[in-house]
Design a protein around this ligand. Sequence first.
Ligand code: GAL
Length: 341
Amino acid sequence: MKKQFLFVLLIWIGYEAGHHVSAQNNIIKPCEIWPDNRGKHIQAHGGGIIRLNKTYYWYGEDRSLGLDPDFRYVSCYSSKDLVNWKFKGDVLKITDPVNCEERWVLERPKVFYNKKTRKYVMYFHLDCPVNGSYRIAKVGIAISDKPNGDFEFIKSFRPLGHESRDIGQFVDDDGTAYLIFEDRPYGFRIAKLTDDYLDIEKEVCLIAEHLEGGAIVHYDSLYYAIGSNLTGWDPNPNKYATAKALEGPWSEFKDIAPPETNTYGSQSTLLLKITGKKGTVVLFMGDIWKPEAQWDSRYLWMPVEIGAGKLKLPDPIPFQINVKTGEVKILDNNINKESGS
Ligand code: GAL
């Protein structure tokens, strides 16, 4: 009996090790299929990431083929290294909470962890598309006691009474949590969450620029905000601006990549800062949408060149990241062809 157990254990360890190596070789390959621990392409589109202790949690839209069309699904994956991701399940699965007449959408889920209440608070864009345009422009909130759910839908509303389409999340170095939301008539807003994160406390800034997919990072005493133009699923030249304080004033917006590349076919969703023992790296996280095959939409993650008020998204090329040291190694582009994935 004991021998059998040992045998199974060894097989399992071998499988796990082999699986991880074959899945990614500990290399992040922008724009490619990104297999999770089951070998399935990660479904966490329009997503967000939080780190708790030493674990990263990635939440996003699960757009797998074959899901029940009456429901919308938010997935959760966990990782210690940002490369190998374990599927933790669909942590939110709900039917239309607002009774849209035709279709309904739940997009760009972002989860915040509230230290005081010990709750995980998920915000998402909730809407009813009519003839292709989103009409109700609300956020929805769902909460959970654990990072891997289940999340329970609580309510939906317009933040501070404003229209809210694409949302983004930003947690400052002091732990203060902000929602970034696109307010179609005015631009996009940065708003501070209440103590329990279940509401908006106040507006911090209206950036009068029509951008969505908003994301912010604080790096070397400057805030960098990025966003994309309003072109739906089609990529466009994403832009950035800087400010010494979230309240502004914000600089003019400039392209993050050569404009003819349309952000290498991607759209911003998050800027993730990794502070290690040897350095700090900021990752651009973007979605490469495939509107006709959403389950196959890809991710463009790439360390940005950032500092002194400038932010540049380099050519997407495979890279390695060490989350403990904060170091990255940009690899040769041929790695894609060599690995045959
Ligand atoms: C984009 C938005 C996506 C999705 C899409 C639908 O502008 O960033 O999250 O809403 O439009 O057309």
